[in-house]
Write a protein that binds this ligand. Structure first.
Ligand code: PD2
Ligand code: ZN
Length: 280
């Protein structure tokens, strides 16, 4: 295998090593021991020392806020198997709009494989433990288990590489379908520390720290993802995504957001929530 041809694979492998807390030299030693060639090891060392994604990954293991801005000095980001465009960044809320995160084929496959499992979306009950139907959220939805099929696994690997956040610290992908007239009124994605059900939810993986909303379809009219406090409206574009993170469960993060009413057509999104701990 040529050195150039394995760059994506190498980066992924090295990111995994870094996430596991290995130093660069430990990683190179492990590489050689597991049968990689010396040429590859030299290339790996170069990547380890120069690639921005790897030092970022090395900081893992602590429940720190995700800092996509640390990598955002170029118009593209490396996502393990492809480059993703940076279309917009904000500081408050800490947010990045990404272009070309998913291919058309990946979007279509996700919609097709989730369509039969869609049920009316629920939300966490506000005044008691459990979940409830909520008129503020009129979409249909379903959850995939982590790594449930090839396409889900591929997208999760891509997000792990892009965000330098371990896969195990993520919830399963959620797919949502909004018809005309459906919406998701503004809310925060973190669990409100004051709600009675929150301590139990936090036992499984801790707080949510970040959200990635991936657009699986265009929408004919309406359906923007809105951030009312920032006056920001992001139109769904098939294959694009919005990433935002919140380092504390507090409105001052500016992450109040919603899905505006779909006026015409259909809106499909896939959401990934990142947790501070292992979610299993
Ligand atoms: O579909 C959206 O645009 C949207 C908006 C707000 C999705 C979510 N929140 C979510 O899945 O949390
Ligand atoms: Zn949300």
């Amino acid at each position: 295998m040529s050195v150039d041809g394995i760059t994506a694979e190498l980066r992924h492998w090295l990111t995994q090593q870094a996430l596991a807390g290995q130093t660069d030299l430990q990683s190179i030693a492990a590489m050689l021991a597991s049968g990689w060639g010396q040429e590859d090891a030299v290339r790996a060392l170069q990547i380890f020392q120069t690639d921005e994604a790897i030092p970022e990954a090395k900081r893992q293991g602590m429940p720190e806020p995700i800092r996509p801005d640390a990598q955002l000095n170029s118009g593209t980001l490396w996502a393990g198997d492809r480059e993703v465009r940076v279309l917009l960044t904000m500081r408050t809320p800490r947010l990045v709009v990404l272009g070309g995160l998913l291919s058309d084929e990946e979007c279509d496959t996700l919609i097709a494989t989730s369509a039969l499992r869609m049920v009316r979306s629920e939300t966490i009950a506000t005044n008691r433990e459990g979940v409830e139907f909520n008129p503020a959220r009129t979409s249909d939805g379903m959850f995939y288990a982590r790594g449930e099929n090839e396409i889900v696994q591929r997208i999760e690997d891509r997000l792990e590489a892009l965000l330098a956040w371990p896969l195990e610290h993520g919830e399963g992908l959620q797919v949502l379908h909004y018809r005309a007239g459906a919406e998701y009124q503004p809310h925060f994605d973190y669990f409100n520390p004051e709600h009675p059900g929150t301590p139990e939810i936090l036992q499984r993986g801790g707080q949510r720290l970040a959200t990635v909303v991936m657009y699986l379809s265009n929408v004919t009219a309406g359906g923007a993802t809105i951030f009312p406090d920032a006056g920001l409206e992001i139109m769904p574009v098939k294959g694009n995504a919005v990433f935002f993170s919140y380092d504390r469960p507090h409105p001052s993060t500016g992450t109040l957001h919603g899905g505006a009413l779909v006026l015409t057509g259909h809106k499909w999104v896939a959401t990934k929530w990142l947790r501070e701990g292992i979610f299993d």
